[in-house]
Design a protein around this ligand. Structure first.
Ligand code: F6P
Length: 358
């Protein structure tokens, strides 16, 4: 008997169901022994508190195209994993206990950065773990691509497309704030795809004077509107120069809902132009996966299924240089994949006339 536990952890994204379906199909279609799949509810919480259900074929039917996760998810921050819960429960010990009680052969974890740190810890504690790279942020080390990312790029791009027409009618400056946490992959790609004039990402701190110069130059050239794609984690040069402590203090007394509103205020005051902010927010993580993600997540699921059948554990399935690869969990855990400001894509965007507000 092969017993497999599965959970989805952290912020959800498109194609989680497609990936789980891939794992299930490959293992059940090819195993030489009976297989049982257990799904843990709401991420690591299900493993900690022993909340699970036996998953059957019907659970995986008709879910390829459906967003979200059939298992539910939650955030159990890695930094609190060694702290006992409100009732004094040792979370790591509890997770191990659930795993051994169910006599699992392995645990499949679909998650992003923080979740992979916990997966690595469990692997080091002796559990057999396989992970799949999930996040709209595309910031996981060890893989060129994460699933969910392309679907989110589609949504954020559509948002910029829709803003374009209204920005043009009214002759306004529009800021679209795009998710991505501490990295700029999503705003960069959606910004290029949506024809943004300015893209501000955390990896390239901006100078607000340069942003204003670009808008005024566009005015002089007779463009009626300007579109700025701002990463939720965008940071000005001044703020980037602050110590961690001083920056935290600034944020504690911050008068704006987010960085986009600060930028909008500064542009409005300096230019007298009408500036509007649009925040697509969690819509970027919602709805059906795009075809790319359906294929990609199915492939990752298939590779994870193969790894389970071969008894290869302790890896994240990744995608590098157009090849599926196995990346050791200790290599992935705790490392962020950021954009190199000297990367070709940045150089090409600049050649296309896009400003990064430098
Ligand atoms: O990691 C995915 C993500 O959507 C980030 O882009 C964003 O910063 C964060 O999650 C939002 O988290 P929550 O859903 O907890 O508000």
């Amino acid at each position: 008997m092969l017993r497999i536990g599965m959970l989805t952890s952290g912020g959800d994204c498109q194609a989680l169901n497609a990936a789980m379906r891939g794992v299930f199909k490959v293992v059940t279609n090819n195993a030489k022994e009976p297989v049982e799949f257990y799904g843990f509810e709401d991420g690591y919480k299900g493993l900690i508190y022993g909340k699970f259900r036996l998953l059957r074929e019907e659970d995986f039917t008709n879910i390829l195209t459906i967003g979200g996760t059939i298992l539910g998810t939650s955030r159990v921050p890695f930094k609190t994993i060694h702290e006992p819960d409100e009732k004094g429960l040792d979370k790591v010990a509890a997770m191990k206990q659930t795993y051994y009680k169910l006599q699992l052969n392995c645990l499949v974890m679909l998650g992003g950065n923080g979740s992979t740190k916990t997966a690595n810890l469990l692997n080091q504690e002796g559990l057999n773990v396989v992970t799949l790279p999930k996040t709209i942020d595309n910031d996981l080390w060890g893989t060129d691509m994460t699933f969910g990312f392309q679907s989110a790029v589609d949504i954020a791009t559509r948002c910029i497309d829709e803003i374009h027409t209204t920005a043009s009618s009214h002759g306004r400056v529009f800021i679209i704030e795009i998710m991505g946490h501490k990295v700029g992959w999503l705003p960069l790609n959606a910004g290029i795809a949506g024809g943004a004039d300015i893209i501000l990402i955390p990896e390239i701190p901006y100078d607000i004077k340069k942003v204003i110069d670009v808008i005024e130059e566009r005015d002089r050239k007779g463009h009626r509107f300007s579109i700025i794609a701002v990463a939720e984690g965008a940071i000005s040069k001044e703020d980037a120069a602050l110590s961690k402590k001083a920056y935290k203090k600034k944020l504690a007394n911050y008068e704006y809902p987010s960085v986009s509103y600060e930028i909008a205020d500064l542009i409005q005051k300096a230019t007298g132009r009408e500036v509007r902010v649009t925040v697509p927010g969690h819509t970027q993580r919602g709805g059906a996966p795009c075809p790319y993600d359906r294929v990609f997540a199915s492939r990752l699921g298939a590779e994870a299924g193969k790894m389970i059948l071969d008894g290869h554990y302790g890896f994240m399935v990744g995608y590098r240089n157009r090849e599926m690869v196995k990346v050791p969990l200790e290599e992935v855990a705790g490392r962020l994949k950021t954009i190199d400001p000297t990367a070709r894509i940045i150089e090409e965007a600049k050649l296309l006339g896009i400003s990064f507000g430098e």
